[in-house]
Design a protein around this ligand. Structure first.
Ligand code: NAD
Length: 483
């Protein structure tokens, strides 16, 4: 049997249980069995990370840079194999899966460099004869909890900065995608980190995750996932006896893409197709609301319906597939129930929405991307995160109404506008209430070296990625020195 253990205190440790990792493009394909850690094993991993902390916190920047660079290089060297694994376990179409693997490598390389550039400040005091030094120190043991939709990039963008700034790590990946997490852990196990510096504990959120939230030796929790779980994480972190845990939450989105009358139609359609449907719509930054002004509305809808005919749904690893399967039966059910709800709410389904249990002989969770028109912003399909290949067009009068509808959402992760007017582009850049704004570009798809994160119910705490990651993974010390 192809089994994969957890990595705890520098050793590979069998779990209390095993789960099967199944290919959503072909449910007959068993990728492997993956260990499920018990609460006690999680506790052992936390103790190991705690014990390893003094040594890793005192490691030289060069040691950290070398370790992270080695992992980045290995990811690059194994890009094809890892991309294939990602597509196989998550269902992301192979070109997107390869792009995600490349992203993970870039992140490790970026933070290898950042380890050598940890900033500090030195300045004069307001008091005579005194000096002031502001330095950044590691926070401590960092607990990392990740979702299933970016099986390698999200773990990378949390693990790499945690280690770069001298923290030790306990990493719990999502149950649905243990394969990429395990592969990453296996690379880290050979990267020269002292035992206990990095630990992998695969297992259910309710056990492994909660153990991490409740253990006072875990100083910080970085979480990406649904809003509901994010709120539980926040409560647990502040509800602890003694020191509260520092926490960072990246959660859901209901991202608008505004299309103005003066937009280049083909640019707008490509932005909407990519943003709404690529990665099967399973991106927190997906454009699920297409807010379109009335002068371009009918042309935009007609072009979208036409373009959607060319989106080949199929096995994520087959050449030519653009839209892979939905990740599993539960998510498929959620998508289908929102499609039914949209019709019940009075929206008109103009393309897609059909589920196929079998494509080219492969049993999988296939769903044709769905487009609704005649929707308004108060409908539940426009307020709640669906997390599938389902988008709604909301028709508006003019740019003012477009902006107000775009911002009328509990979320604020990403937002976009398609326009050829510099004036409008600047106006929307300034007034869209989101952590990331895209002009003539899809709402999803970001760079690895700049901050990532949102506002309102989408996020809480400091930004991820780029130099801004230091704000979460370090704690600042202000020293007054009187020589
Ligand atoms: P989820 O909340 O179900 O699970 C996320 C992680 O939390 C998993 O590892 C899970 O095991 C763990 N978990 C579950 N219950 C827990 C508990 N009680 N205590 C501790 N950990 C627990 O989310 P998901 O279904 O894996 O991911 C999809 C969600 O992630 C969507 O809402 C999506 O928008 C969001 N997401 C957000 C971003 C972002 O950066 N904003 C990026 C990707 C995904």
């Amino acid at each position: 049997m192809n089994t994969h253990a957890n990595f705890i205190a520098g050793d590979w440790v069998a779990g209390q249980d095993l789960i099967q990792n199944i290919n959503p493009s072909d449910t007959r394909d068993l990728i492997g069995h993956y260990a499920q850690a018990s609460r006690t094993q999680t506790e052992t991993a936390i103790a190991a990370a705690d014990a390893a902390l003094p040594k890793w916190a005192a490691s030289t920047p060069q040691q950290r840079a070398d370790a992270l660079d080695a992992v980045g290089s290995e990811i690059l060297a194994r890009k094809a194999e890892l991309g294939d694994l990602l597509a196989r376990e998550e269902g992301k179409a192979l070109p997107d899966a390869l792009g995600e693997v490349l992203r993970a490598a870039q992140i490790f390389k970026f933070f290898a460099g950042e380890a050598l550039r940890i900033p500090g400040e030195s300045m004069a005091s307001t008091r005579p004869g005194m000096g002031v030094a502001v330095t950044r120190e590691p926070v401590g043991v960092v607990g990392i909890i990740t979702p299933w939709n970016f099986p390698i990039a999200i773990p990378a963008w949390k693990i790499a900065p945690a280690l770069a700034y001298g923290n030790t790590v306990v990493f719990k990946p999502a149950e649905l995608v243990p394969g990429c997490a395990w592969a990453l852990a296996e690379m880290l196990s050979r990267a020269g980190l002292p035992a206990g510096t990095f630990n992998l504990v695969m297992g259910p959120g309710r056990e492994v995750g909660e153990e991490m939230l409740n253990d006072p030796r875990v100083s910080a929790i970085t979480f990406t996932g649904s809003e509901g779980t994010g709120r539980k994480v926040a409560h647990a972190c502040v509800g602890r006896a003694g020191a509260m845990a520092r926490f960072q939450l990246e959660m859901g989105g209901k991202n608008p893409l505004v299309v103005l009358n003066d937009a280049d139609l083909s640019v707008a359609v490509e932005c909407a197709i990519n943003g709404a449907f690529y990665a099967t719509g399973q991106r927190c930054t997906a454009s699920s609301r297409l807010v379109v002004t009335e002068g371009i509305h009918d042309r935009f809808v007609a072009a979208m319906v036409q373009r959607m005919k060319s989106l080949k749904v199929g096995d994520a690893r087959q050449a030519g597939t653009v839209i892979g399967p939905v990740v599993n039966a539960t998510q498929l059910q959620q998508d289908l129930s929102y499609i039914a709800l949209g019709s019940a709410e009075g929206a008109k389904l103009v393309a897609g929405g059909q589920h196929h249990g079998l494509i080219e002989g492969r049993p999988g969770f296939y769903l044709e991307p769905a487009l609704f028109i005649d929707t308004h912003n108060a409908m539940r399909i426009n307020r709640e995160e669906i997390f599938g290949p389902v988008a709604s067009v909301i028709r508006v009068r003019d740019h003012e109404e477009a902006l107000s509808v775009a911002n009328d959402t509990p979320y604020g992760l990403s937002a976009g506008v398609c326009t050829t007017s510099l004036k409008m582009a600047s106006h929307f850049q300034r007034h869209l209430q989101a952590g990331m704004v895209m002009v003539n570009a899809p709402t999803a798809g970001v760079d690895p070296h700049v901050p990532f994160g949102g506002r309102k119910a989408s996020s809480h705490g400091p930004r991820e990625q780029g130099r801004y990651a230091a704000d979460f993974y370090t704690t600042v010390k202000t020293a007054y020195i009187h020589p």
